[in-house]
Design a protein. Structure first.
Ligand code: 4AD
Ligand code: MG
Length: 440
């Protein structure tokens, strides 16, 4: 017997009363006299399987007795609907084939500390909770890309090895690049995706981005994935409308398609169901006033003087006043990136916004209208102490058919942490890179 699976666990409902072969791994095994219960997973779902001593050969029963956690096997048996079973179905096993042994699997059903689990991340990704989290991650990514593709956006891939800084020079990872000096791992694809925008009108890049941040918070990774749409002729206002529609669409699709995973994660879905566009907008100035008016509510959210950046506690306080994500717009230009368009009515603030997720998950999107005037852009590059020569190509975009344009970056891990209700971002990516972790 060496059959390819005739079904997947997720599809057994269509095979009630039939015999199927499934290929996968033993999640858990218990023995009760003449009965052995296997909780079996194949990546699509898990199902309870029963081995009756009297229904199988003595060899098969002996094999079932030896199966350990995470042993790989093929099972053949008949599918039975059973209301008491966890997924509504059970399999009565007739035949078993061991494909790969697993001895002393390190992650047992008992409680392990996070450090231990992180050291075993390569195995931890098989656990039910991690599996559900990473499934939601895949759904978020698919939902975002499909939503954009359906609206005439073209995916435009941007380089990871770059010559310049785009989001400040204090958090760059550098590496030697042959005779050309230093190369830096991209902090964003934005500057390059702006070149694509001038070719295609609506584009997005999606890939890993790198920040050598020495911050050891639950919201920071040194390598994270960012989706960055960029739209020609789009104003700041239109930029926010695109963001709220995209975020609502992602959340609603996860609710529709991954409800089982959200249940596994014990996520209260009521706050997600409310997450429909439009989202409220407040100005940076309103945010400062709100912080003063609600002093003492959130630890660390002390009043700020105009020009200071909001910290995580401030974001938490502001978000707690709304029942869905909230935009904080028009920050002081001085604390934002060099490429942001100043508000024509009030040049000390930028036409930008951060989107704050509810329930304390903080900033999930940062975006802005970009400077389209070549002289102003050049001036800003100088003011930020950046080397003009490095940005020659970027300035060219303003010399040849420049147009007002806007875009934003959505951090995938932050969005997944919020949607799944996961406190720490480290579980929302298969292999997190953080200040103190690069293994496995
Ligand atoms: O606000 P940021 O730095 O914006 C940019 O990089 C722009 N160039 C994007 C654009 O306009 N095209 O980052 C955008 C988002 C943040 O809102 C956050 O979700 C995520 O990227 N992010 C991080 N996620 C995890 N770990 C980090 N260290 C992150 N830094 C930013
Ligand atoms: Mg930001």
């Amino acid at each position: 017997m060496s059959l390819q699976p005739s079904s997947s666990v997720a599809a057994v409902a269509a095979h009630v009363g039939q015999t199927v072969t499934l290929a996968g791994w033993v999640y858990h095994r218990t023995e009760k006299g003449k009965l052995i219960f296997l909780l079996f997973r194949d990546g699509t779902a898990t199902i309870q399987c029963v081995v009756f001593k009297k229904s199988v050969s003595p060899e098969t029963f002996a094999l079932a007795q030896q199966l350990t956690q995470e042993a790989a096997c093929r099972i053949t048996g008949s599918v039975r609907a059973d209301e008491r079973a966890p997924g509504g179905f059970e399999i009565d096993i007739q035949e078993l084939e061991l494909v790969g042994v697993s001895s002393d699997y390190p992650i047992t059903p008992k409680e392990h500390g996070v450090e231990f689990l992180m050291e075993h991340r390569h195995l931890w990704v098989r656990s039910a909770r991690q599996h559900a989290l990473l499934r939601v991650r895949a759904e978020v990514i698919a939902a975002a890309q499909e939503w954009l593709n359906d609206r005439d956006f073209v995916r435009f891939d941007t380089p990871i090895l770059t010559a310049t800084a785009a989001e400040g020079s204090s958090n760059l990872f550098a590496t030697d690049y042959f005779d050309l000096g230093k190369a830096y791992l991209a902090q964003t694809g934005q500057l390059y995706v702006e070149a694509g925008m001038m070719s295609f009108g609506r584009v997005y890049c999606f890939g890993p981005t790198f920040r050598a941040e020495k911050s050891k918070t639950r919201r920071h990774l040194t390598e994270f994935w960012m989706l960055e749409p960029e739209v020609a002729f789009a104003t700041h206002k239109e930029n926010l409308e695109l963001q709220e529609q995209l975020v609502s669409a992602i959340v609603q699709r996860v609710l529709e398609r991954r409800s089982g995973d959200l249940r596994t994660l014990e996520r209260d879905t009521a706050p997600l169901e409310r997450c429909l566009a439009p989202f409220p907008r407040i100005s940076y100035d309103d945010a400062l006033a709100m912080i003063v008016a609600n002093q003492g509510e959130v630890e660390g959210a002390s009043p700020l003087t105009w020009g200071e950046d909001l910290g995580a506690p401030h974001e938490q306080l502001i978000a707690s006043k709304f029942d869905r994500p909230v935009f904080v717009e028009r920050y002081p230009a001085a604390i934002k990136a060099f490429y942001m368009q100043p508000d024509p009515d009030r040049p000390e603030v930028a036409l930008c916004a951060d989107l704050l997720a509810p329930e304390g998950y903080g900033e999930i999107i940062g975006g802005s209208q970009r400077i389209h005037d070549p002289d102003l852009l050049e001036q800003r590059i100088r003011e930020h102490g950046l080397n003009l020569d490095d940005y020659r190509w970027y300035l060219d975009l303003r010399r040849y058919g420049t147009v007002p344009h806007s875009g934003f970056g959505m951090g995938v891990e932050r969005v997944v942490a919020w949607i799944t209700g996961t406190r720490h971002i480290r579980e929302t990516i298969p292999f997190p890179r953080m200040l103190y972790r690069i293994y496995p």
